[in-house]
Design a protein around this ligand. Structure first.
Ligand code: ZN
Length: 251
């Protein structure tokens, strides 16, 4: 699975009909890339990283030439039967806090606004602006991440004596969390869709990086002492991408 920081996606190409991949693939220009590369994200989203000023036609033929590889990668993630377009959810269910919200769309002439009340989310706004509705919902998920994940991070930090400097909640497609050498811990809001035991493992994993900035044997010994069976949890967490709804990444 690719691990890199997301940057601006400069261009979005429509799907080439014979490919039958997702509804689209993303193209990301990178100043560091010397040649083109393809990344398949956990939901089967295909991202092509290209050097600056690569021509669209070259990207398309590159993707066509690697069609078999892409299909194989997507099958290995079990996403070949997923719907090609992320649909707007009728319900949002957080495994982490055992909470469910129904989502209702309310036609209005105003700009998109999201209101919460008693287990219900109401998205007011022009219904034809679907992408903005997704973004609004995604921002709300990030807020919920701050509300639920940060207190757990703080509690486990206190419990283990492993301190951190700063916390951040992000929405990423390819990693659950990270820890910088300055002690800044970042958690993926998508962890809300994961069971509590695995979220605890994720947090303890990142906290352990404040001691060891690597995945050495000493690092794993520390994680395992805090969260027994850490390596099994690590594998389970990788599988947990399947519980994360695809609309979270709709752009
Ligand atoms: Zn790690």
């Amino acid at each position: 699975m690719a691990e890199f920081e997301e940057q601006t996606i400069s261009e979005q190409l429509p799907l080439l009909q014979p490919l039958e991949l997702t509804d689209s693939f993303l193209v990301r220009e990178s100043g560091r890339a010397r040649r083109m590369s393809i990344h398949v994200h956990p939901h089967g989203q295909v991202e092509v990283v290209v050097p600056k000023r690569t021509r669209s036609a070259d990207v398309q033929s590159f993707v066509v030439n690697h069609r078999d590889w892409i299909e194989k990668a997507r099958r290995s993630m079990g996403v070949d039967n997923m719907p090609s377009v992320a649909l707007f959810p009728a319900e949002v269910r957080f495994q982490f806090v055992d909470q469910a919200w129904t989502v209702t769309r309310v036609p209005a002439k105003s700009r998109i606004r999201l209101r919460e009340s008693g287990g219900e989310l109401r998205l007011h706004g022009a219904q034809d602006d679907e992408l903005k509705m997704f973004v609004s919902l995604q921002n709300w998920i990030k807020e919920q991440g701050k509300l639920h994940l940060v207190p757990r991070l703080e509690a486990l930090s206190k419990e283990t004596g492993l301190g951190f400097r700063r916390s951040q909640i992000r929405l990423q497609r390819s990693r659950w969390g990270s820890c910088s050498s300055r002690g800044s811990i970042s958690l993926n809001a998508a962890a809300l869709f994961v069971e509590p035991a695995l979220v605890d493992y994720l947090i303890l994993h990142e906290l352990s990086h404040t001691r060891h900035m690597n995945h050495s044997a000493r690092f794993w010994n520390l994680v395992d002492s805090l969260s027994p069976g850490a390596r099994n949890s690590d594998r389970a967490l990788n599988r947990a991408w399947r519980d994360v709804p695809a609309w979270l990444y709709r752009r």
